[in-house]
Design a protein around this ligand. Structure first.
Ligand SMILES: [Zn+2]
Length: 198
């Protein structure tokens, strides 16, 4: 691109990688509940999930009430909402899925923000506190390098989605999204340095 305008799809200025966005599908339903601070962070990786997984929706977090469309999903008897939030009462996500009655589609909610923001979102939202909490047993290290002050061991939003798909034996979409994510990280560094990836 020569006009130095950032692509409205992938957000990059010196190259566009929109053609690399995979088109994947999953048995589960994924909801990103996004803190408004994330909207202005170019280091947000939730959008990668949203772009590449058909069953992924994103909503802006509101303290008192869930967005109407999300509320409808939460109350829909064909879904089983599960909140990805490691705590002393969370259960492993694959276990949670096998405990779910088969007529219900697991609806995983990922709090899309920093760890501090995620805790705040949960603490301030009674409507989130009633949703069963689940966690991932992740052994792989995060390769997320875009935020320096991030605690090690914390996965970014896109990695959480990838690990969730892996844990639920959805290897194919997980692989495609992971390849795109890894490419995105490399392009991000090049783009911020003012050039295309060489
Ligand atoms: Zn693009």
């Amino acid at each position: 691109m020569s006009d130095q305008q950032a692509c409205s799809g992938c957000g990059f200025t010196h190259q566009c990688i929109c053609h690399r966005i995979p088109n994947t599908e999953s048995q589960i339903h994924l909801v990103l509940l996004t803190h408004e601070n994330e909207l202005t962070r170019d280091t947000n990786t939730g959008k990668l999930l949203q772009h590449s997984l058909k069953q992924c929706q994103s909503f802006i977090w509101q303290r008192k009430t869930p967005p109407a469309e999300l509320l409808a999903l939460l109350n829909d008897e064909t879904h089983q909402p599960l909140l990805l939030f490691p705590s002393d009462k969370s259960i492993e996500c694959q276990q949670a899925v096998s405990d779910t009655v088969s007529e219900r589609t697991p609806l995983f909610i990922i709090l899309d923000g920093t760890w501090q923001e995620a805790k705040k979102m949960l603490n301030k939202s009674p409507w989130l506190q009633t949703i069963p909490q689940v966690h991932l047993d992740v052994t792989s290290e995060s390769s997320y390098t875009l935020r320096r002050n991030q605690d090690s061991g914390h996965l970014c939003t896109c990695e959480v989605g990838i690990e969730l798909l892996k844990a639920l034996n959805e290897a194919q979409p997980a692989k495609l999204i992971e390849d795109y994510y890894q490419h995105y990280l490399k392009v991000f560094q090049a783009d911020k340095s003012g050039h295309a990836l060489r």
